[in-house]
Design a protein around this ligand. Sequence first.
Ligand SMILES: [Zn+2]
Length: 287
Amino acid sequence: MSSENPTAPADAALRRAAKPTIVYPASTMPRPDMAALEAARHTMVKIHEVVVPPRNARAFRLSRGQFFRIVSIEGPQVGDLNLWNADDLSERFFSGKTRALHATHVGAGDRLWSTMPCLRPMVTISHDTLGWYGWDSDGAGIHDVIGTRCDPYTNLLLSGTGYDFCCHSNLSRALAAELKVEPCAAEHHVHDVLNVFMCTGFTKDTHQYFMKASPVRPGDFIEFFAEINLLGALSACPGGDCSATHSSDVAACYPLKVEIFEPDRTTLGTWTWPSPSEYHRRHGTPA
Ligand SMILES: [Zn+2]
C-alpha cells in the first residue's frame, strides 16, 4: 500500500478495535470420521506408484476410497498439486474456498474442496509427517493454499524472460499427455494448487507472500483419502525446496513420488461419500 495514506478519522482507533470473527467456524463444518480413516489406512496396500521427475509433472488416477501419498525422495522438494473429478474435469480443486474454510495452510483432518456448484470434499488429508511443524516464528506453515503456482506468464511479466518448466507448464504438459491433447488445449484446466511441502507465510510488516526453505526430508509424506474418483497431477517445482528462487534452472531439484494405496473396503462400510451441493442454483430467480 502507498505510504501516503489519507488522514485517519477521529474514531480510527475505535473502528480498528472491532473484534475479529472467524468467517467459517470449524464447529459448523461437517467433520470427517478420522477414526474410520485410521482403521482403513492400517489395512491399505500399495498398488501403484509414479515418480515425478524434477522440473516436470505426472498425472495419476485413483478411485474413491483409495489413498495416495506424495513422498519426498532424494532431497527437499516442493510439489504443486492439482485435482479434478476424474469423471468431469469442470469440477476441480478450489484453493480459495479451502483456504477460507480451513486456513492458509492445511494438514491432517482438513479437506480439499471442489469448485462450485459441487463444493464438496475431494480428499481428506489422512496423515502428514510434517504435522509437527505448526507455525514458526516467522508465521510460516507447511502445505499452503495461498500461492497459485509458478507460471511462465508471471515470469515473463516480472523478469522479461521465458521459462518453460514452471509448475503451470509442467502440469499443462502432464494433463495434455493424459488427455492426449496439446498443452495449450489442456492448460485452461490447470488451476490454483496445493503447495505440498512448501513453507510460506506473509511478512509481518508488509503482508507480502514469502517462502523459506522447506523442512521436508526424504521419507516425509502427506497422505490423502479420495472422497470421489480423482484425476491428479503433481509438479516437482523448479524452485526445489523453494528457499531462494523459482521459475528457473538455478535451484537444486529432486523427484517426488506418488504412491497409491487400496484399503480393505470393509473398514469404510459406513463412510458417507460426498454428493454435489444440494443448492437449487436458481440464485434468486423464480422456481
Ligand atoms: Zn512451482
